[in-house]
Write a protein that binds this ligand. Structure first.
Ligand code: NAD
Ligand code: DAU
Length: 348
């Protein structure tokens, strides 16, 4: 019997990780700790919420007293830490919120873990889920490997880089067993419509403009979220102590090309005339400090843990669009209230 604390499980990636662990490992007790910020949504987990091996706990990872008491009560043997402020644009308008949750929140968890297990660390694991953005920006060529020096450019990536350093420092200083994975851009069901793909799907459905930042030539590597959850499962069970694993989709797209592919698929699915959605594209003011290109060399996880993406981008994108077209109530619930204020401030 393992007792695993998964933080940020009501968010996009966290909900897919929770679903996988709860359904696949019936003998594990899975605890989902989430503050339910604007990005957390228990509707993401309705299909597993009544399972016997699943417990939801509402709480803030920055609340030291609460976290310490929680660890004393449950004595989690492992943590899979996903809770974070995750949107680059929001980190530009409110950087302190990112330092607080992503750096201090991670430290509060590390401290509680250290205090509860002291030197009794056998079979314990702190798994920190991080991002490829910590490596900064690539030029036209090259890839991020696990040895690429950190060079973050946004308050979001700087806060994630800092949290990665603290995890390593706790590993070195207090012998906390840890693994870190750094993943590229995820897409799939349940992603909050502030990120490129769900925002553009929602805007196409509603015939609203598609705001492409700058010249649209920025490049990202895209991975289907279920393939990330599969990779997290593998790293959790088979990753080597104190190792980092880069996770990516071998799937680079310039933003503008990706948006055009998305528009084509949407035209087909919505039975619109070819080219209709593309007419919604507008070029808008660029994101400050916008990283030109991310590209992951995922050969380590591929070779050592035998992981590779299970779907092509076209398949994953099609499944994603279908999910949003089927789950219009999910979307209308998340775009209520504060979302409109955020959207108007960001895009007007
Ligand atoms: P998300 O924003 O969808 O979800 C974050 C979750 O964390 C939400 O449920 C939110 O309520 C919760 N949370 C935020 N602050 C909290 C706090 N103080 N205490 C407790 N819970 C809190 O994020 P996501 O896209 O699912 O990303 C999850 C993790 O994966 C993050 O650590 C992110 O840096 C990392 N990551 C994301 C991507 C991506 O493309 N989305 C890629 C690589 C790595
Ligand atoms: O690389 C991993 C990271 O990917 C994760 O760590 C982050 O949590 C996640 O948010 C994501 O960061 P990005 O900034 O790359 O994702 P986003 O969806 O915000 O933007 C993708 C690209 O699209 C980026 O180049 C900016 C551009 N963009 C985005 C939005 C929201 C636009 O052109 N217009 C938009 O409206």
């Amino acid at each position: 019997m393992r007792k695993i604390l998964i933080t940020g499980g009501a968010g996009f990636i966290g909900s897919h990780v929770i679903r996988r662990f709860v359904n696949k490992y019936e003998n594990y007790q899975i605890y989902n700790l989430d503050k339910l910020t604007y990005a957390g949504n228990l509707e993401n987990l309705v299909d597993i919420e009544s399972k016997k091996n699943y417990t939801f706990i509402k709480g803030d990872i920055c609340n030291e007293y609460f976290i310490n008491e929680l660890f004393k009560k449950h004595k989690f043997d492992s943590v899979i830490h996903l809770a974070a402020e995750s949107h680059v644009d929001r980190s530009i308008t409110d950087p302190l919120a990112f330092a607080k949750t992503n750096i201090l929140g991670t430290m509060v968890l590390l401290n509680a873990f250290k205090e509860i297990w002291k030197s009794n660390l056998e079979d314990k694991l702190f798994y920190h889920v991080s991002t490829d953005e910590v490596y900064g920006s690539l030029g036209e060529t090259g890839f991020f490997t696990e040895d690429t020096p950190y060079d973050p450019n946004s308050p979001y990536s700087a806060s994630k880089a800092s949290s990665d350093h603290f995890v390593r420092a706790y590993g070195e200083t207090y012998n906390i067993p840890y693994v870190i994975s750094n993943c590229s851009n995820n897409y799939g069901a349940n992603q909050f419509p502030e990120k490129l793909i769900p925002l553009f799907i929602n805007n196409i459905i509603n015939n609203r403009e598609l705001p492409v930042y700058g010249d649209g030539n920025y490049t990202r590597d895209w991975l289907y979220v279920i393939d990330h959850a599969i990779a997290i499962d593998l790293v959790f069970h088979k990753g080597e102590n104190k190792e980092t694993y880069n996770i990516g989709g071998f799937n680079e797209w310039r933003n503008i090309d990706l948006v055009k592919v998305l528009c084509k698929q949407m035209d087909l699915k919505l039975k619109r005339q070819e080219g209709e959605s593309e007419k919604l594209i507008v070029y808008v003011k660029d994101r400050p400090g916008h990283d030109l290109r991310y590209a992951i060399d995922a050969s380590k996880i591929n070779k050592e843990l035998n992981w590779s993406p299970s779907v092509t981008f076209e398949e994953g994108l099609s499944l994603t669009i279908d999910w949003y077209l089927t789950n219009k109530v999910w979307m209308s619930n998340v775009v209520k209230g504060d979302y409109k204020t955020y959207y108007n401030k960001q895009y007007k």
